[in-house]
Design a protein around this ligand. Sequence first.
Ligand code: F0G
Length: 359
Amino acid sequence: FDGRKDTLWKYKEFIPVDESKIVTLEEGGTPFCKCDKLGEELGVNLYVKVEGSNPTGSFKDRGMTVGMTKAMELGVSTVGCASTGNTSASLAAYAARAGLRCIVFLPSGKVALGKLAQAMFHGAEVISINGNFDEALEAMTALALEKHLYLLNSINPFRLEGQKTIGYEILHSLGWQSPDRIILPVGNAGNISAIWKGVSEFYDAGFVDSKPMMTGIQAEGACPITNAFKKHSKEIVPVENPETIATAIRIGAPVSYTKALNAIYDSNGYSETVSDEEILSAQKLLARKEGIGVEPASAASIAGLKKLVEMGEIDKGETVTCVVTGHLLKDPNTAIDACTKPVEVDANLDDLKKLLLNK
Ligand code: F0G
């Protein structure tokens, strides 16, 4: 792979689509930041995979470049998705790039502002559904089954073929070694399934000699997968009215739950919940200690790491990679609400000195 441009297409031999049809915004190749300050505080060797650095600010772009390439191969004219926000932002951008019609269903009032702005601005036909994500996805899937559009939610296997490259990149960045553990937020459960597929493929290819424990974190108010894990079950009980400040993972009936639970069980991994307070405090901790700004759902991975260390589930000295899935600016309202307002003062030296130097 050396000498190739640092996008996920450098692994093209492992991605099953027609190379001549690629629709790309040069996604992937995201930062892999060693976080010594936070790692020392928690007693682990910590790396953070910063997926907010993708073209539209989330990991969804990895799935979308491959999914949209498949759509071109198939010759479809319309693509669609239901979304808690990021998938719609990404789909809208890639559909624009490909020149296809794009329809997105969003749960009314529950999509962070930055994501809504992106979907609208890239020219998607945005429909606000009176209902939650699960209901929006059910409606979108029904339209797709009647062949009115090509579905690009993560139930589409080509989405996972793109997202699995997060796993590839983590192994590659560590010099063809696996971390002991990968921690990430889980919503519709596509991403944990995809990353497990990625690391397993590179393990099977002989590039690494071990695999990570896949550790999925859910919000307390939307945690069907953690509930199943704690009961050692492979079936979920859907959460009827999912609720969390991390709107990206406000999902009660994840479609890829079987793959996700298999990833967790097969890797000797774990699943845990975190509260909204834990999410918000982890979001601030990562921003202020390491300079990495992420949206609330992404901070669930850091909150989960902290909780599992405190529980003794994660051993001291483990090498851990937390995947942070979306950029801070996706949800500016939550960020502003978490801070005190700036002091307003005239640009007068005496006043400024009084304000700043007497602390
Ligand atoms: N983090 C962010 C920022 C997300 O947007 C999502 C999912 C996840 C984590 C969870 O990933 O669903 O693969 O388990 N967002 C979807 C959307 C549901 O519509 O944007 P998952």
